[in-house]
Structure formats: structure tokens, C-alpha cells
Design a binder for this molecule. Sequence first.
Ligand SMILES: NC(=O)c1ccc[n+]([C@@H]2O[C@H](COP(=O)([O-])OP(=O)(O)OC[C@H]3O[C@@H](n4cnc5c(N)ncnc54)[C@H](O)[C@@H]3O)[C@@H](O)[C@H]2O)c1
Length: 433
Amino acid sequence: MNIAVVGTGYVGLVAGSCFAESGNDVICVDNNAEKVAKLREGGIPIYEPGLPELVERNMREERLSFTTDLAEAVKKSLVIFLAVGTPTTPSGAADLSSVFAVATGIGKAMDRYKVVVTKSTVPVGTTHKIRELIRKETNQPFDVVSNPEFLKQGAAVEDFMKPDRVIVGSDDPRAGEILRDLYAPFVRTGNPVMMVDIRTAEIVKYAANAFLAARISFMNEIANLCDVVGADVDMVRKGLASDSRIGPAFLFPGVGYGGSCFPKDTRALIETGREHDYAMRILEAVHAVNTEQPTRFVEKVAAHFGGELKGKRFGVWGLAFKPRTNDMRDAPAIPIVEKLLAAGASVSAYDPEAMEEAKRIFGSRVQYCSSNYACLDGVDALLLITEWQAFRNPNFERMKSLMRHPVIFDGRNLYDAEHLRPLGFTYYGVGKR
Ligand SMILES: NC(=O)c1ccc[n+]([C@@H]2O[C@H](COP(=O)([O-])OP(=O)(O)OC[C@H]3O[C@@H](n4cnc5c(N)ncnc54)[C@H](O)[C@@H]3O)[C@@H](O)[C@H]2O)c1
């Protein structure tokens, strides 16, 4: 099948490469000329395990190409995926300007029957608006489909290749069947391709992200209570997780969820409710708990130092919003570092993949280190923010010898206080003693 994917970010580049890997001819389009030039030269603009090999192989075998020319890509393709960003506007709603600009561009370039697929996460009703925008530009026949994406950054290729389910929202059986054929190689083990209407598909995506975000905020709320009453959230979590009705996923307390999806999509769903005069009260609380979580963490740090952070120096391990990505969009590290700096502290930081992103955000206000140990030199405490694999089992003796004060604020509950205290560390987790 000839496919165009518009937007070569975390979703578009992964989707395009995976569709090429299953034998399709894929043109990826982006209006960022620099990004397209880099991709054409074999460079990968993001860190995503397994992606470079996939892009390289499919480019070499001439199934995958990159362009800035939307019209050319539309003309060559039967199916066009929209995978452009839908960031948050100041009100909290999704910014649909890129989606609508691309829809109009597709309409202008339409020369025969096409299936236009919304893969970007968009509020309910958007795919119908896309249909209207294209219809304004062309008399050619076309269908619109909503096919939301559920991949996780850090395991995006694996998730795309083996999706738990594929949601296809379509009002037209022909378009729905084209999508079913396209996804057939990815669901050979029997995972479902669920055919639903367009609005339902749009809502499934938001409901999934909002539910996962809710589990995290719920657990953070329980952890905060554990902090206050002196209970151990690790054991509470295990007690919950072993209930088969609850299960273990997304129950880890910490410094709050971040990334380009949970914060944005939770807020957008709240806004959608508001637009329809329905208050999404659970999600408002989910968002509020999450916004407070980095502040609570910094307050814990401040409390240890008698409320005075001025002149203190902190080592920060992990800046990306989660491990196995370089993405810092809405990362909890941002408010945490900003609050430390605003209080007059200095920060030396290390992340295995997100250093370039961090430099864009903090500039010269932070000292960037070449390794996790390098940023412990003379610090008053370590703040662990992202649970990278490499931070799980560090050399604590070496750490202690580098630090001015052996104090650890563990924002992801990676370490065991029982192990650290005999070594002379002062240890703070989230919701555990
Ligand atoms: N990142 C994730 O884990 C994830 C998972 C599922 C769904 N989504 C959703 O998928 C969408 C894309 O997310 P992402 O993380 O890949 O975003 P991203 O910001 O990484 O990528 C978006 C790309 O679109 C390009 N773009 C913007 N406007 C364009 C235009 N007019 N024409 C051509 N290209 C344009 C940008 O240059 C960028 O390369 C969002 O709606 C997001 O909510 C993201």
C-alpha cells in the first residue's frame, strides 16, 4: 500500500517505519525542513530504542522516504496519516492548528480517492471537522478515519509492532477494511482490531491516558498520606497490586507523571467536558494532585535543610520524563529544578539521553555533568528524578565519598532505606520512611 505519514515525531516516525517494515511504501512528511534533511542523511532526531535500525533498513530498501512536500506525498498515497503534534493551549485545550493546516493541505492536493486517518490525539469531533475542511477544498471522493495511537515512548517500536489492540473509528466500511488490511501483519497473534464509530475512537484514546494518569495520581495521593502518617507506600502498593481486580501497572508513586501525553490529554479531556457543560471532577483532581507532586518533593528537600535552600548544591539524576527517552516535555524535572534554582540553590545534572533537551530548557543555569557520579561532587544531596536502569544499583560507597552530605531524595522509590542507612545515608522516598 502507498502511505503518507504527516509529522515525523515520536508517533509519525515510528508508525511510518513500522508500516514500511511490513512491506508498504511510506513517505513521511514534516514541515520542519531541518528534521527532514537530517532524516534523509540517516540521522534520527529522537532517542527511541530500535528505531534507528528500522529507519536505516527501510530507507536502504527504498520503502521509506522523507519530504517536506505534503502535496507530493498526498498524490502518491492511498492512505494519509496525520501524526502532527496537538500541544496544550493556555486554556488547557488541545491546539489543533497543525492538524487543521494539514487537513486543508491534503484537501488541496487530493486527486483521487484517499483515506485520511487521524493518528494524532484529538478531541472528540475533530475528525469530523477534518472531513469538513477537506471537503471545502475538493470534490474528490475520500473517507476520514480515527485511528488513535497507544504506543509508549521508550518502547514505541515494540508497542507499534505488537499493539494490545488497534482502534479503527470509521463511518465507512470500505475505509475501515483498508485500515484492517494495513494492520493485519501487526495483529497476527489475535489481538483485536476494534471497529467503532469515529467519536468513540477519539474518546477511547483520551479515556486510556486519563485512566493511567488517574492511577498514578491516586497512588501519589496514597503515598502523600503514607508520608504524613508514617506508613510504607511500597507495601501498600504491593498489597493493592496483588488484587487481581487492580493489578500492578501504573501504581508507582513518585514526583508526578510528565511527558507529551498524560498532562496534555488529561487537561484536554477536562476542557472537552467543560465545552459540553460537564465537569470532569475526577480528572480535575488527577491533574491537581499531579501539579502539586513536584512541589511537595521540593518542600521535602527544603524541610531537611531547615527551610533554607540558598547556597545549597544538588546533584540531579535523570531529567527525561521517563527512562528510555530523551523527551523532556512536561517532565517533573523542570518544575523541580526551577524551584531549586529560584530558591537560590545550584544544580548539577546528568541524564543518559536528555542532556541536549535540558540545555534548551535550562541553558547555562544548570551545570551539566558527563556521568551520574560526576554530578555528585560536593553536593548537599542527590535528587533522583528519573528511574533510568543505570541508576538502579549504583556504587553507594563511591557516591558517599563524593558528596558533601550523604543525603538522598529518591523521587522514584528506587532505593531501599534499610540498605542505605547502615551505609551512613539519610534517605527520603515518596511515601516511605
Ligand atoms: N509521543 C507519544 O508517546 C504519543 C503516543 C500516542 C499519541 N501521541 C499523539 O500523537 C501526536 C504526535 O505526537 P508526537 O509525540 O509524535 O509529536 P512530536 O512533536 O514529536 O511530532 C510532531 C511532528 O509534526 C510536525 N509538524 C507539525 N506541524 C506540521 C505540519 N503542519 N506539517 C507537517 N508536519 C508538521 C513537527 O515538525 C513534528 O516533527 C500528538 O497528538 C500526540 O498526542 C503521542
